[in-house]
Design a binder for this molecule. Sequence first.
Ligand code: GDP
Length: 428
Amino acid sequence: MVRAIVGANWGDEGKGKITDMLGQDSDIIIRFQGGANAGHTIVNNYGKFALHTLPSGVFYSHTVNIIGNGVALNIPVMVKELQGIVERGVPTPKILVSDRAQIVMSYHILLDKLEEERLAGKSFGSTKSGIAPFYSDKYAKIGFQVSELFMDEAELKEKIGRVITQKNVLIEHLYHAPALKVEDIYEELMEYRRMIEPYVCDVSSYLDKALKEGKNILLEGQLGTLKDPDHGIYPMVTSSSTLAAYGAIGAGIPPYEIKQIIAVCKAYSSAVGAGAFVSEIFGDEADELRNRGGDGGEYGATTGRPRRMGWFDCVASKYGCRLQGATDVAFTVLDVLGYLDEIPVCVGYEIDGEVTTDFPTTRLLEKAKPVYKKLPGWKCDIRGIRKYEDLPENCRNYVEFIEEQIGYPITMVSNGPGRDDIIFRNRK
Ligand code: GDP
């Protein structure tokens, strides 16, 4: 059976923690999209880790961790991350990398940086990890698949020559930087080949067999619905689909095998990068929530950038869960809100004088003003509570109010960063 854990918001909802927790009873954990541009923070018995490329199951010795074909694979980052966790006492995990995954090249990162500099104030807030140039090349059919690392030398050099001729026009004439050389790129690819060889696998056939054997498989998403290139806040989105549906493609399994879709929603909002953010808050109010948020503050796991903060947005989250096809909602970081006397919740968007609960396209979203309802706070620390009935009444009311507004069942409530900080709730 396949379960997907995906974000219903702008990312950073706490998916890593939920994946780490559900990894306990999974056999295989798969990353199916995105690259090293975002990260998951995981707190477990080995310490606190920020993972960018490795699946969150790497802390268990019983799981196979797979990097699927849909991922933007940065090989040196993956290898370094693997060494990093092993050095900190984590047993060497079992890792497989799809022979169809494509490789983030050093020139993707270079072009990402050069383009962000050129766009200056009009940039997309890229993390400069090469993700947009990588996916552009993938769809322009000039990317390098892991399988191509094993081509013969002449063939590979011929392809490199073809690809960099085009890159060099941009590099030399638009950005005025030194041209790429075939020999350097060839050496880069040979280095990647040495690094990745032990992990390469025909992942879709591996998974086909695993499904027939009844294995438990987890698909681990990165970012959230609102960063999806089709359904998110285009153009302030990422370059690969963040939706559970893409899990089938980015892992290489039939779509009907995905039986459970856990949409992770954070009990308040945060976002990184530019783009409309209707329930955003500013000043002291935002600073307080940012510093209390997550586990040690809401700062990017990859970039360390302070995240933009806001109140819970029912309009965006309802939409976020709908596009994910949520069968379950995991409602996270609820413990953080315990300091507030009352908690505003965004229940509608006012656009041109009309209130709507439907999430609009970007052009209208930019005009939307939040409509708030204030709910009473619970003014205590709820960490350590393990039963839903033991939560303070106002806290339960907050959960149930939001569940009703978004229209999807909140079956898990996370009240701390650790593996065991979770409350399971029966479906209504
Ligand atoms: P992801 O990319 O969706 O995995 O999210 P991040 O890792 O970027 O952000 C989630 C942050 O919140 C991490 O620092 C987690 O350790 C932390 N976290 C996750 N769940 C909870 C929770 O229920 N309570 C608290 N206080 N922190 C949490």
